[in-house]
Design a protein around this ligand. Structure first.
Ligand code: ACO
Length: 430
């Protein structure tokens, strides 16, 4: 008689092994169909044991949305839930009204606020680098008009890599050079797209102007006055960096595979585009367009909340107090609305802020008043997020360089909640 228990003890699950085991036990009349059935049972039990083991072994804490997870260390910016933001140790409140965007760029890229001579040289370099390769301009001209500007920007950032003179140089110096070129060229891509879409002549950057001022000049084709200059400089400074936000994280993940900086910034542009991140800015303006008077605010917001819709430009993953950038942007918005005689828009925003706070206890984030500022500067709403991207390229590139220095692959795991042990069915029997 064939002793199944002996075979079981030997864990011989292959059919041939079972025959062999039966023969070695000197069994006569080995019942092959019984053996096949037994083999199937063993395989099934083995699968069950494996599944149990897998679910025991791999159980781990899932942090939904990576909330409060510190994915890496950084020295670039500090974001605290109590409403503070530091760039390389400097409180943003101490910087915003005292420095220009080029000084912030120098600080982030070289960990040092520049002296007057360094600032002059750095500004001149940035402005020279604003020029785009002719083929990039040609591509922008033929980009389909129905493409969102962020889609064109995403493609053209990627396209810039084709003009890198030394693509195989992975040194820190080469990456700094690329960072400066990207910081300078992204605003020009945005401005060029706007000018070509509106059939206006392109203007060349002016070495007499500051960097942010040049951006507005390239975009609008006319010299910014003092108030506009100040507004765009502060806007760009306030958007320069912000810890491990989604687009910066996307850039760092790409860089962590040792992929090139252009790929990393392309990932970041694509991530910023989403309406839960930088895309919210444009949606804020759509909401403001929908609300005609201050009196409509209460009902409009209540309607949105009743429909379980998010109020764009409100709420934040980190800040539980007011976003430290809001007070600056609110004040810039108020000044610009005064001069453009659009104070009713500003007052509507104040009302929205109060109503949303009363109902949900949440505060406006950077995107809320940024929309009002850009609108008052004459930027069409579909270009709001590209203006954000133009300012944030600085933070992205700085983080990418830091990630290269950290030299570790960013690769989290996941908790598998799907099936195991599904029986394979050949295609002709499905
Ligand atoms: N409108 C209405 N309710 C909101 C909003 C909002 N904008 N934001 C948060 N809440 C509510 C949530 O419904 C939730 O309420 P509950 O506890 O009653 O369920 C509570 O506040 C907590 O919010 P979470 O969803 O946990 O916040 P989370 O950190 O996941 O999301 C996010 C943050 C995505 C920014 C969210 O606030 C949001 O969607 N805001 C609107 C889009 C936006 O403005 N994005 C730009 C963010 S800033 C930036 O990326 C540049």
């Amino acid at each position: 008689m064939f002793d199944y228990t002996v075979v079981h003890a030997r864990q011989s699950v292959g059919y041939k092994h079972l025959i062999k085991a039966a023969q070695s036990l000197r069994c006569s009349n080995v019942n092959t169909s019984a053996l096949r059935l037994f083999q199937f049972e063993l395989a099934h039990n083995r699968r069950k044991r494996m599944m149990k083991k897998m679910s025991e072994k791999q159980e781990r804490v899932v942090v939904r949305g990576l909330r409060d997870v510190a994915a890496a260390e950084t020295k670039i910016s500090y974001v605290n839930s109590n409403g503070t933001l530091y760039y390389l140790g400097y409180d943003i409140d101490d910087l915003v009204e005292r420095v220009c965007y080029e000084e912030v760029a120098h600080l982030l890229l070289y960990n040092k606020l520049p002296n007057a001579k360094e600032l002059d040289e750095f500004r001149s370099r940035l402005v020279s680098e604003m020029k785009l390769p002719q083929r990039v301009i040609k591509r922008i001209r033929v980009a389909p008009k129905n493409c969102h500007p962020m889609e064109v920007l995403r493609s053209e950032v990627s396209h810039l890599s084709e003009y890198d003179p030394h693509p195989n140089d992975h040194s820190d110096a080469a990456n700094k050079r690329r960072a400066i070129e990207l910081v300078a060229k992204v605003p020009t891509i945005v401005a060029t797209l706007h000018r070509t879409r509106t059939d206006q002549q392109l203007v060349a950057p002016n070495q007499e102007y500051g960097f942010a001022e040049n951006f507005l000049y390239l975009f609008k084709g006319k010299t910014a006055d003092h108030q506009e200059k100040e507004a765009i400089d502060r806007f760009m400074t306030l958007h320069a960096d912000h810890g491990f936000n989604a687009s910066t994280f996307a850039a760092r993940v790409t860089a962590s595979t040792n992929s090139d900086i252009y790929s990393a910034i392309t990932s970041a542009v694509g991530t910023l585009k989403g309406p839960l991140h930088g895309g919210a800015c444009e949606k804020v303006m759509l909401m403001l367009d929908d609300i005609n008077t201050e009196e409509e605010v209460e009902e409009y917001i209540q309607g949105m909340l009743d429909d379980q819709k998010k109020i764009m430009g409100f709420g934040h993953r980190v800040y539980k107090a007011e976003d430290p950038r809001t007070k600056h942007l609110r004040s810039i918005a108020e000044n610009l609305c005064h001069r453009t005689a659009t104070l009713n828009l500003y007052n509507t925003c104040m009302k929205i802020e109060n109503v949303v706070h009363d109902k949900k206890k949440i505060f406006p984030n950077v995107d809320f008043y940024a929309a009002v500022v850009l609108n008052a500067l004459g930027v069409p709403k579909e270009f709001f997020t590209p203006f954000f991207a133009s300012s944030r390229t600085l933070g992205w590139t700085t983080h990418v360089i830091e990630q290269y220095q950290d030299a570790v692959l960013l690769r989290p795991s996941s908790e598998y909640i799907g099936e195991f042990g599904r029986s394979f069915v050949p295609i002709e029997r499905r």
